[in-house]
Write a protein that binds this ligand. Structure first.
Ligand SMILES: [Zn+2]
Length: 61
């Protein structure tokens, strides 16, 4: 199955899209490439950095 990425607008095989059960076709709107770039951009923001810090910091008593 071929699917068009709504981010880069390229038509790719569905294997290039991560699974997303909440979508009608069972795949993400963005291809894996765009998803990775989106995550990377997110982790460069203040909010993303805070989230990453929270995730990597183990809770201490
Ligand atoms: Zn894409």
């Amino acid at each position: 199955m071929r699917k068009k990425c709504s981010k880069c607008r390229k038509t790719k095989d569905s294997s290039n899209f991560s699974r997303n059960a909440s979508n009608a076709d069972g795949h993400d709107h963005y291809c894996k490439n765009c998803n990775r770039r989106r995550m990377y951009a997110y982790f460069r923001t203040k909010k993303g950095k805070a989230a990453m810090r929270r995730a990597s910091t183990k809770r201490k008593k």
